[in-house]
Design a protein around this ligand. Sequence first.
Ligand SMILES: Nc1nc2c(ncn2[C@@H]2O[C@H](COP(=O)(O)OP(=O)(O)OP(=O)(O)O)[C@@H](O)[C@H]2O)c(=O)[nH]1
Ligand SMILES: [Mg+2]
Length: 452
Amino acid sequence: MADLIAAIATAPGTGAIGILRLSGEGCARLMDEAFRPMGGGLLSDKEPGKLILGTLYTPEGAVLDQCLAVLRPGPRSYTGEDTAEIHCHGGPVLLQEGLRSLYARGARPAEPGEFTKRAFLNGRMDLVQAEAVADLIDARTPEAAVQAAGQLGGAMSRRIRRVYDGLTDLLAHFHAVLDYPDEEIEPFELPLLQKTLQGYEKELRDLLSTYDRGRLLREGVRSVLLGKPNAGKSSLLNALAGYERAIVTAIPGTTRDTVEARIRRRGLLIDLVDTAGIRPTEDPVEKLGVDRAMEAAGGAELVLAVFDGSRPWEPEDEAVLAAARKAERTLLLINKSDRPRLLRHPALEGAICVSALTGEGLELLLDRLDALFPQGSGGAAGEMLTNARQAENARRALLALSEAEEALSAGFTPDAVLVGVEDAMKALGELTGIQVGEDVTARIFQRFCVGK
Ligand SMILES: Nc1nc2c(ncn2[C@@H]2O[C@H](COP(=O)(O)OP(=O)(O)OP(=O)(O)O)[C@@H](O)[C@H]2O)c(=O)[nH]1
Ligand SMILES: [Mg+2]
């Protein structure tokens, strides 16, 4: 068993309860020193896994708190090691003192993510599940939390495991045929092999198609409102956010700096940036604002180009249209639909008419957003790829399998096919952590905070 680590597991600040956590060699011994059950005896003599009321002591032996403690012996614990939790009252000073008591008795401070890292190293969860722990904690929408919980439950791992196991069988069969030519082993039938490989390719492709949606669940769509002054960008930001986030006035050039709001609608997370109105200007402050607006549009996944429907087309609108056309994705919005329409321009065909004032057309805008960022197939709870590392490995596996299949079609020797299958397995192995370099593991657990 690894050395004894300790940390505060609950969030910083004051709460009703704060939890200290311990894992590793000598856990029970330390707890017997630091904590005494009410009514006598030792914690290690009590029923494992049961919360016991007692007293926590400082290193000097003074009473620190009356609280609950539990021992969970390995290997059936979170980390797979002997673990303990102390549920104290939730004061920051009290918890620090409790931690000092644990350090004084032989525990050392846990590194970020070290509890979950140990769970992985001890085979209690695979890498996808370990990452799901961090995702669940970081989830910014209920949908993201559901996905992470599903992954933690092993839904994604099972999906990948199916492909991995299938490829293992294939590889074993290959080796049997190649290495024992004299044995009567069922030979490979090329069409069948090809079909098998194609089946796994499809599985991986389906998996990858869930990635875009998965990533959006976690990170949100980076979107920028772009338009000439007074078009109603800030009003739209406020209407979508549901509160007065940005300043709105009738004076053109109100917004200077970029203003961000995080908007959650229909399970879609949108990181929306309001910007300064685009126009030629001599005002140095406004000029900087216009530069920032263009810069933000350049880095956005989606530009919402806003035009003022109550005014005729102006040269500034031309500049907005040109910038919007360079974006990855664009939606054209004609705002102020509550007023008589004076705006006409051929480029505006298919534009969405909205009114930030009355809310008209906003539902249609959300429909279009939904269509731009579709669900993807196989998006059941926990079966979506949600992070770049996982997606990259799945992509590598798919590429390797395609190469194997091409080699087969081109009539190459089985060795060439073998290499492709092995590469695909390696990529999938790294995805779940079946085979994984230590550097990769270290990178993953850096994301965690201490105590997780
Ligand atoms: N009638 C009507 N007025 C609107 C609508 N949207 C915005 N306005 C008005 O238009 C004016 C400008 O609105 P803003 O939201 O500040 O416009 P902006 O595009 O952010 O302007 P800048 O920050 O100056 O670039 C304000 O007087 C708003 O009340 C709308 O849908 N209908
Ligand atoms: Mg504004």
